[in-house]
Design a protein around this ligand. Structure first.
Ligand code: FCB
Length: 442
């Protein structure tokens, strides 16, 4: 057997990503809790409940897992509804608890990347109109200032918003996430406010901490027209590209929202990214479909021979990742992979998925794309939004009843990758032998 390796640059960040509502448990004051209480919103009526019980202290054992798995970084989010339980009160104990967690990362030599908004908000914020309220940007700015002042001694890398594009599409167009609206006009306005809120957060963080590095975590859905020469399939693909993939990102380059249905100048947003955070999971094939007006006339599906995750939500498509990386590289900014992973309870696909995606990442690094790190989604199974507990993304499995964690083979694979700072032929032989000839052709 060939003994070969693909190595990453020295100092590359290797970690996992998590989000407050998905792991903390007992979050009863945010919009997702409110959503979970309504019948029919979450698959099987699942609730986040104790989640991974991080608020009860199990972050310690999970950070230990990350550190003993040779990771050197971790991405987590701050829960706004804990910091500001009512509009006029800051919870200093909650801030202290986050400081304790950050100290925990520091002691384990895990570099933190902190997300300020990962889908959940205080219920009072929504009751005041959420992002439809024209005060929303200022309200969010106060929260940002409070958090950054409190924890900046621990944090250099900040993500303002996680996947604002999905947040808008699912919460304001399709209505399957809180606040459950289906109103295109309002969706564009909300998108504009999120961009403004990001820009303001960017300035606030830099004013408090000039050396900070601030970005957004963009969800990039790679797309290909079902029939490459079909003008209608191409139209649907391009409508989805300019809205879903580029509605938030383009204004950060150009200072303008320039969509067919919505134009607006946002000069203060231009240049407000120090790095580009990229969340990539899969690529979709797109066919034009008149019945899909709320999804830009795009009917999305996976090719027949695709290797699918549980319940078929993700296709293992590493070339889609290569496309996502090329897209990210066009911003001329450092790139951090802020999420990538697959739901796979049996871990039959995950080892292949990880190796093939990291192989594409390595290729991009070798084309001199300025890629600084990779955060796998996720460390331990966690509450997966409207799909509840049906989707298992963890390197470690979680038994919700006992809170017991069980190592999946991928946890060992990822630990080997992080230790080696790369992929070796021995790893491929051990964890995904069927990939050997593809990744290491003789
Ligand atoms: C992303 C979300 C993350 C997680 C993964 C599976 O869209 O950012 O919270 O749910 O999908």
């Amino acid at each position: 057997m060939i003994e070969a390796s693909y190595h990453f640059p020295r100092g590359f960040l290797w970690g996992c990503a998590t989000a407050s509502h998905q792991v903390e448990g007992n979050n009863t004051n945010n919009t997702w809790y409110w959503w979970e209480q309504q019948p029919g919103k979450i698959l099987n009526g699942d609730q986040s409940g104790l989640a991974c019980d991080w608020w009860g202290g199990r972050w310690r054992e999970d950070f230990d897992r990350a550190a003993s798995g040779n990771q050197n970084a971790h991405r987590m989010s701050i829960e706004w509804s804990r910091i500001q339980p009512t509009p006029d009160r800051w919870d200093e104990d909650a801030l202290d608890y986050y400081r304790e967690m950050l100290q925990g990362l520091y002691e384990r030599k895990l570099t933190p990347l902190i997300t300020l908004h990962h889908f959940s908000e205080p219920i009072w914020f929504l009751e005041n109109g959420g992002w439809e309220n024209d005060q929303a940007v200022d309200i969010f700015a106060k929260y940002v200032r409070k958090v950054v002042e409190a924890i900046k001694e621990y944090v250099n890398l900040w993500v303002t918003f996680n996947e604002p594009n999905l947040y808008v599409a699912l919460g304001y167009v399709q209505g399957i996430w809180p606040p459950g609206k289906t109103d295109l006009k309002s969706a564009f306005q909300v998108a504009r406010r999120l961009i403004l809120a990001h820009a303001q957060a960017y300035q606030i963080i830099h004013s408090l901490q000039p050396e900070a590095r601030v970005g957004l975590a963009h969800h990039f859905l790679a797309l290909q027209p079902a029939v490459s020469w079909s003008p209608l399939d191409r139209l649907a693909t391009s409508l989805l590209q300019t809205t879903l993939n580029e509605m938030i990102t383009n204004p950060l380059k150009s200072g303008k929202m320039n969509l067919i249905l919505y134009q607006s100048r946002i000069p203060q947003a231009k240049g407000t990214q120090d790095f580009l955070g990229l969340n990539y999971y899969t690529r979709s094939t797109v066919a034009f479909d008149l019945r899909k007006a709320d999804e830009m006339f795009a009917r999305r599906f996976f090719p027949e021979n695709a290797e699918l995750s549980d319940a078929g939500h993700i296709a293992n498509d590493p070339l889609g990742f290569a496309e996502a990386l090329r897209w990210a590289n066009s911003f001329n900014l450092p790139i951090i992979i802020t999420e990538n992973g697959v739901n796979d309870i049996e871990d039959r696909l995950r080892p292949r998925y990880i190796l093939q995606h990291l192989h594409q990442l390595w290729r991009a690094v070798n084309f001199n794309f300025p890629i600084k790190g990779y955060f796998h989604w996720s460390l331990v199974d966690n509450f997966e939004w409207e799909r509840g507990w049906t989707q298992r993304f963890g390197l470690w499995a979680l038994d919700l009843k006992t809170q017991q964690r069980t190592r999946r083979p991928s946890a060992n694979l990822y630990a080997d990758i992080c230790r080696e700072n790369g992929i070796t032929s021995a790893m491929v032989e051990k964890y995904a032998p069927s990939l050997f000839d593809q990744l290491f052709p003789a």
